[in-house]
Design a binder for this molecule. Structure first.
Ligand code: CP
Length: 321
């Protein structure tokens, strides 16, 4: 009943209780994917992409189909009309359709709307307030699932927590490290924010390591240890999550591409049993070495598989609401 009242929308971490319920449900679906094949019959989920995707797009469709639901994908960036997001805009420039009209139409076609909307990385206020995402929620009138917003990627984070739970064999809490990796492009903060939010929320200890200037928004990292010395942060790590993000304080800027931060076997000489995670897509031999990605430590393919069951658990609970 807690789930039913909370999950009108799935956009962020809500509570450890709900997180664990979703993990348990996802693991049940993983062992029997078609267990609830009748649950979504006659219902449709609209998957609206304002930005590219491989895993999120496909895993969400498989998840919906496992529940008997019909998924319809709209690549809004390529196939839809250019949307106007601002209230009261005089639409005499490039935008063709207002979000008020488009979201209301989509809300009448679907039972659930799932949306991917990346940040601008230029307008920090708009991004921090998840403006585009909020406009869809405001005007569609139906439950919304985040397929990654300007500041969070909760389905990825749920899959990551499932993967940690499945692969942790120790008795005490694991040491989890989020390690910044170099990149040539300005990358959003959503995966790093959400990983921190969910890892701390699920009661794990989290150390975050990055070059100075790459501090994340404290809203997501309260309770984590920040360690600028990567070698020290990685000592005795059990799980190392590698991710690039651009600067938050100097918003959207690339301050460093220091290759010494790319995780290699050498970095893990004092973390013999560390398992390595990345949400993918990964820039090989820039963020992470081939040796790690293709070796025994890597959990990246397991994380990607768990994307299906994370989405299935979330859709299932929203259908129950
Ligand atoms: N991890 C992830 O969200 O992958 P995609 O961007 O390919 O969906």
């Amino acid at each position: 009943m807690i789930i039913n009242s909370i999950l009108r929308h799935f956009t962020k971490f809500e509570s450890q209780t709900l997180g664990q319920q979703l993990i348990d449900q996802a693991l049940t679906y993983k062992s029997d994917p078609r267990l609830d094949i009748a649950k979504g019959v006659g219902k449709r989920i609209g998957c609206i992409f304002l930005n590219p995707s491989l895993r999120t797009r496909v895993s969400t469709q498989i998840a919906a189909q496992n529940l008997g639901m019909e998924p319809i994908v709209l690549n809004m960036d390529k196939e839809g009309w250019a949307l106007e997001m601002k209230e009261g805009a005089i639409m005499n420039k490039g935008t063709v359709e207002h979000i008020k009209d488009a979201a209301a139409v989509l809300g009448s076609y679907f039972d659930i709307l799932a949306i991917r909307a990346f940040p601008t990385l230029t307008n920090r206020d708009e991004d921090v307030n998840d403006f585009v995402f909020g406009q869809f929620i405001k005007y569609c009138g139906i439950p919304v699932i985040s397929l990654e917003s300007a500041i969070r990627h909760p389905l990825q984070s749920l899959a990551d927590q499932i993967t940690i739970q499945e692969n942790w064999k120790g008795k005490s809490k694991p040491k989890v490290v989020l390690s910044w990796g170099p990149h040539i492009k300005a990358i959003p903060h959503a995966v790093a924010n959400s990983f921190s939010e969910w890892t701390l929320g699920m009661g794990h200890d989290l150390t975050i390591t990055h070059p100075e200037g790459y501090e994340l928004d404290q809203e997501f990292t309260k309770g984590a240890s920040i360690e600028y010395n990567q070698s020290k942060a990685l000592e005795n790590a059990d799980f190392v999550y590698v991710k690039n993000w651009s600067s938050f304080n100097d918003y959207g800027k690339i301050l460093s591409t220091d290759h010494s931060w790319m995780l290699t076997e050498k970095h893990l000489k004092h973390a013999k049993n560390a398992q390595v995670m990345h949400c993918l897509p990964v820039r090989r031999n820039l963020e992470l070495s081939d040796q790690i990605l293709d070796g025994k430590r890597s959990l990246v393919q397991k994380q990607a598989i768990n994307r299906i069951y994370a989405a299935q658990a979330v859709i299932s609970h929203i259908l129950d609401a």
